[in-house]
Design a protein around this ligand. Sequence first.
Ligand code: F42
Length: 143
Amino acid sequence: MSETPEFSPTDWVRDQTRQILDAGTTDVVQLGQSKVVLFTTTGAKSGIKRYVPLMRVEEDGKYAMVASKGGAPQHPSWYFNVKAHPEVQVLDGDVWTTMTARELPEGDEREHWWTLAVAAFPPYADYQRKTERTIPIFLLEPR
Ligand code: F42
């Protein structure tokens, strides 16, 4: 990548990101039984590139980014960054791929990906119960 992305200001997220980059693979980090992938995003206002680790929700080479932020009342900052700059990179295992993200509207496709997301990481269901917002899902397809 041409420019070195910034790390999260949150300690545990920064530590997991560093573990992945040091090992060169996402295989070294899990939350419980669930796998993690590493994205890079571009700041909506700043244009700054940042690393964003998220749970691995994948099907047929497509990925979902689930903007759960632990069931917080507000969307994570990266949600606005991906809306503004839908081209993201994803590291899954030791392979980086460039993808284009689009937010899924309410409907069958979103339902399908929400089911996959909860199967991949069951706490997402608790996070949705905790918050009044509908947790956004981006679908990512190879460019
Ligand atoms: N978060 C999730 O939402 N979903 C997941 O599935 C998930 C899994 C996961 C697995 C491992 C792990 O280590 C972390 C995981 N996280 C997951 C946490 C995730 O990586 C993020 O830390 C979390 O979602 C919060 O995202 P955030 O973007 O709100 O993070 C804050 C702390 C942050 O980094 N803020 C920055 C800052 O400097 O304060 C970014 C600010 C920013 O993006 N500014 C934009 C800009 O232009 O530069 C403007 C944004 C705007 O509002 O327009």
